[in-house]
Design a binder for this molecule. Sequence first.
Ligand code: FDA
Length: 501
Amino acid sequence: QAADYSPAVIIGTGYGAAVTALRLGAAGIPVVMLEMGQLWNTPGSDGKIFANMLSPDKRSMWFKKRTEAPLASFLWLDFANHDIDPYAGVLDRVHFGDMSVFVGRGVGGGSLVNGAMAVVPKRSYFEQILPEVDADEMYGTYYPRANAGLGVNNVDPAWFESCDSYQFARVSRKAAHNAGLTTTFVPSVYDFGYLQREEANEVPRSALASEVIYGNNYGKRSLDKTYLAAALGTGNVTIRTLHEVRDIAQQPDGTYLLTVRQSDVDGNVLATKQIGAKYLFLGAGSLGSTELLVRARETGKLPALNDAVGQGWGTNGNVMLGRANHIWDPVGSLESGMPALGIDAWDDPQYPVFAEIAPVPAGLETWASLYLAITRNPERGYFSYDAASDSARLQWEISQGQPSIDAAKHLFDKVNSANGTIYRYDLFGDTRAFENRFTYHPLGGLVLGEATDLYGRVKGYSNLYVTDGSLIPGSTGVNPFVTITALAERNIERIIAQDVR
Ligand code: FDA
């Protein structure tokens, strides 16, 4: 047994990891969580924990020399990005050729940087993507449990109609309705009561102060405030930060031995440690968990991993676009960073789209309506191991993004023609109207029922589990974190009952 040993180790602190930690801790099992990012609880010299999007600094991004915001430009000028010092910041953009993937780094994973939209997929679509998972159980038990644990709330519809914060969303709604489309409110883990007090100037502003992708100083129920706080409250869970797991091997006695690199916030390696575990849970996200198992298989450390490890990766059909509004349709200079409305065209037989009405929190009138469209793109990528860099490389061709563009174009051509408006061609660094060279929603790589059994147990090994977005086969039809959370709730309940006790 390794000198540094814990009965259960969880890699990562995102949604799947946080659920797993709470349930194991509550069952009385000692748990160590290993997180490569920081614990975000200490204000900088400006008194804030996180930087905002208008004046990003080193806290904004994970070891970059310049920020890499999703909106690359405005009127073709690069307003959004700034030179920064490389540092263990909160948002990473990982580049793989034709695709780059945004992920959160820190205690709470993606919950620190995401748009807080907490959406349950349509049941009929869930049944298509994960047909072997009992949908009655998911919709009757685990989705409600996830929503409760995450602290999901809804905007007050009356306030929504009268506030300044969502004028941009009302303008987009009018344009959608003119095209005969349906819009729907989107639940959130941002505290809408806090947002109302922000607009009324009763509390410090966060969603109304251009804080989103580089973290929110107030208002957001990120995992460190919900599941992880509850996990720590069991007294059985500890979190080690700035600990990156590099390798997983199995010992002759069947326990796992992790090689872990501990660094400081400037990236200096402080120590390389070995940590042992009987039960090992991978919650490092689609990129992180998949890389660990692809590396373990290809370097011969876990040779019994099957060929499905590294397969079935998708972008959730993400594509971003902007429309130019008429001069008489201002969106307002105050935009909530947290979306609250979406266009629901998922029932379109050929081109299903769920388009969140996204803010441009620039602090000035932009006459722009921005959307992150989620489409049903059947294309899948896969990961291969690159020995020279000892990393897993995503294989995804730019042409694989075309179905997402086709679907978004089908929808927004209708919106434009009904309103006499056009696309914005100035937002993505060149003249393209549709940006699909990045995703916020990496899913798959260790798909449920293929790389693992139907509860996330890795095939070929005992006591080795996947808990995160890598279980989901590339698409959820809506923003994914509630589904990741609910699936983790379902799986850990079974694993505690059958394996751990
Ligand atoms: P997640 O990625 O959350 O966590 C993985 C953690 O593991 C990270 O903290 C990482 O640092 C750590 N890690 C990785 N490798 C490691 C290693 N080797 N060793 C140690 N630690 C390691 N979704 C949604 O439903 N609604 C929304 O509004 C949005 N909006 C949004 C905006 C932006 C900007 C982003 C980037 C993402 C979103 N998302 C979203 C997506 C959502 O945040 C995402 O699906 C989940 O965070 C994924 O949860 P996981 O549990 O899979 O891992």
